[in-house]
Design a protein around this ligand. Structure first.
Ligand SMILES: [Zn+2]
Length: 141
């Protein structure tokens, strides 16, 4: 038993482990066995050596990547973040700006509460007025 028409390389497992697991394994293994792009020379000549270790046959570069693929989605995102270099200083700027915002928000918030307290009695007065108007209308009828 080796390669079969329906289950390809997982034919070696025979009937063991279940169909679902064999299919999942197949999806990963097929990608893992393909030649991957080398980051130093750019050719699709890198092969997986071990978990997360890839080696390029053309230029001999050895590099770390994902467990099964040379570059994963999350790995690519982090690569970009690190490549920007700013991101550490950007973080400190973010924290500073947040602190400033919080301080700025505190002061007007206090003022707002004061003004709100002042406004409240006037609102109650308005309500009373409207009530009086309503009662007066009823009296008119
Ligand atoms: Zn290479």
């Amino acid at each position: 038993m080796g390669k079969t028409e329906k289950i390809y390389n997982t034919g070696g497992f025979g009937t063991r482990y279940g169909v679902g697991i064999r299919k999942m394994f197949l999806k990963v293994e097929q990608k893992q066995r393909q030649k991957q792009e080398c980051p130093s020379c750019g050719f699709n000549t890198a092969k997986r050596e071990s978990k997360g270790i890839f080696c390029c046959k053309k230029c001999g570069a050895r590099f770390a990547g994902g467990a099964y693929l040379a570059e994963t989605l999350s790995g690519g995102i982090i690569k970009k973040m690190v490549g920007q270099k700013k991101f550490a200083s950007y973080l400190s700027e973010l924290v500073e700006s947040k602190e400033k915002k919080e301080e700025a928000e505190k002061k007007p918030a206090e003022e707002e509460t004061r003004t709100a307290e002042k406004k409240e009695p006037s609102r109650e007065a308005d309500k009373k007025e409207t009530k009086q108007k309503k009662t007066s209308r009823k009296e008119e009828k």
